[in-house]
Design a protein around this ligand. Structure first.
Ligand SMILES: Cc1cc2nc3c(=O)[nH]c(=O)nc-3n(C[C@H](O)[C@H](O)[C@H](O)COP(=O)(O)OP(=O)(O)OC[C@H]3O[C@@H](n4cnc5c(N)ncnc54)[C@H](O)[C@@H]3O)c2cc1C
Length: 471
């Protein structure tokens, strides 16, 4: 572990004036909200949650069958959840990366990889077909090694991926410094099937496409409960009810409407900073003339990328679980994490000393013990859900939406037959064991980072059980 966790006064000064709101949502392009639901209505398909998962579900359902009556209900405004708060790394992987995929589904990794690439390509064709402007760039992502032992891991991953024809490229020290100059960066792996995007603009583009196709959208309309009425599901909201033939739940890390989901998901808060736009000389001092997405490769990792107006987004490292699935807007503001992130930023880029951060925010990640999405149904198959993306859902939610629609339509497809889709993660234990286990895992992962990646007995046992903690 090469980063020091003691913020210097200069680092604290750099965050003194931040706006505590996601940079992506602080945008004049943000649409005015649609009205609340104030009547009782019925629909064929009700989608709950207007993040990426809900937006893709509504869009795919309506595109497949324009006559289908589709309603989308959102508790706040579109992209107010993780979809408007993330790093904007749009990766092809639907398994939270190749390593996680091959370790959990070795027999399916080829098909899962291919389905992920297909999903990415279909996202790209949707963006151009619908004319969605969201600063989408297929620039690839580099996982950077900051210590020699991590370089060895990079080489091993490349060997592991070879039989699957997965296109990873090893970068040595000179090559990584040719991409971006930092005293901490020793090399890395470039993955080509990854893009960066302005996530809020992507969500707003999908929202507009849904509205254009006739999806009914109600914002500021939280669903407070779902009731199985045998021939339909009733969704209650503060000022109206909806009777739906089918319900697609896309509520991510938010308090779930189905109790069973709370066993599989823990909300984990991740924090992000963004700088002011770099001057040309600041940009020259770090190189990084391309727009590659970057992350450093420890258990506790940072992700960083540039924006269309020349800022650097820098997030990650702390992944905080609050007692008893703590959730709410006040947890989106964590000064200690902002200070640590600022300090780490200047350790990675000492050339940028003096730059100021303009925005700081946090958001909840729907962490599950296998780090990748899962699906399920309730109410005799009338309700389906998808979640568990664990910090890699910007692209994978589209795949998740497609599977959710197949499940609701009782359709057997290549997707629904996969073990990846049919199985669920191991549940988390109830409190207080939940907090104890997660905090012990976080501590052990940090220890491993300080100890050349060597795992303690706790982490080895967790690996053996197929349980994990990540963001
Ligand atoms: C800080 C951060 C950084 C991340 N970085 C990346 C990244 O770079 N790349 C990546 O792939 N992934 C990243 N992720 C994860 C990614 O953002 C999510 O996986 C993805 O956005 C999930 O989309 P979603 O639609 O499932 O959830 P959300 O966007 O959270 O949407 C859920 C929606 O449901 C609504 N809702 C909840 N309950 C109700 C209810 N009862 N009634 C009505 N509406 C309700 C909420 O208001 C919300 O709008 C990050 C996440 C965070 C928090």
């Amino acid at each position: 572990m090469i980063y020091s966790n003691n913020p210097r006064p200069e680092s604290l000064k750099s965050i003194a004036d931040v706006i505590r709101t996601p940079y992506w949502l602080d945008d004049p392009a943000k649409p005015n909200p649609e009205p609340q639901l104030t009547q009782n209505i019925s629909t064929d398909l009700l989608v709950i949650g207007a993040g990426f998962a809900g937006l893709w579900t509504a869009l795919l359902a309506k595109e497949e069958n324009p006559d289908r009556d589709v309603l989308l209900l959102e508790a706040g405004e579109t992209a107010i959840g993780a979809s408007g708060r993330n790093g904007g790394f749009l990766d092809a992987s639907i398994t939270h990366g190749f390593l996680n995929g091959i370790s959990r589904w070795p027999g399916e990794i080829s098909i899962l990889h291919a389905l992920g690439i297909k999903n990415l390509e279909e996202i790209e064709s949707t963006l151009s077909r619908l004319g969605i402007e969201c600063d989408y760039n297929r620039v690839g992502e580099i996982d950077i090694a900051t210590e020699p032992y991590l370089l060895d891991s990079c080489r091993k991953i490349i060997e592991l991926a070879k039989p699957y024809n997965i296109n990873f490229q090893f970068l040595d020290g000179d090559q990584i410094q040719g991409v971006v100059r930092s005293p901490l960066f020793l090399g890395g792996i470039k993955r080509f099937d990854s893009s960066i995007v302005n996530p809020a603009q992507l969500a707003w583009g999908l929202r507009k496409a849904c509205l254009n196709l006739g999806v009914g959208l109600y914002e500021h309309t939280p669903v407070t409960k779902l009731v199985d009425e045998k021939n339909s599901v009733m969704a209650a909201t503060p000022h109206g009810q909806i009777r739906a033939n089918k319900v697609a739940l896309a509520t991510n890390a938010f308090p779930p409407l189905l109790k069973r989901i709370s066993y599989y998901i823990v909300p984990v808060y991740d924090y992000v900073l963004i700088t002011e736009p770099l001057t040309p000389s600041q940009r020259d001092s770090i190189g990084w003339q391309g727009r590659e997405g970057l992350s450093d490769g420890n258990n506790q990792f940072h992700y960083f990328r540039t924006t269309a107006d020349g800022r650097i987004l820098w997030g990650g490292f702390d992944a905080i679980y609050y007692w008893n699935n703590g959730f709410g807007s006040k947890l989106e503001n964590r000064p200690a994490s902002f200070a640590r992130l600022a300090e780490h930023f200047f350790q990675a880029f000492p050339q940028l000393e003096g730059i100021r951060f303009t925005h700081a925010w946090g958001g909840a990640i729907d962490t599950c013990s296998r780090f990748s999405p899962f699906w399920g149904t309730a109410h005799h198959g009338r309700t389906a859900y998808t979640l568990g993306y664990t910090g890699l859902g910007v692209g994978a939610t589209r795949f998740g939406a497609q599977v959710m629609l197949d499940l609701l339509d009782n359709k057997k497809s290549t997707h629904t037959e996969l073990e990846f889709v049919r199985t669920k993660p191991l549940p988390f234990p109830p409190e207080p064991l939940r907090s104890i286990g997660i905090n012990l895992s976080r501590w052990s992962l940090a220890q491993a980072d300080r100890n050349q990646g060597r795992e303690n007995l706790w982490l080895k046992t967790m690996d053996w059980l197929g349980l994990g903690f990540d963001s």
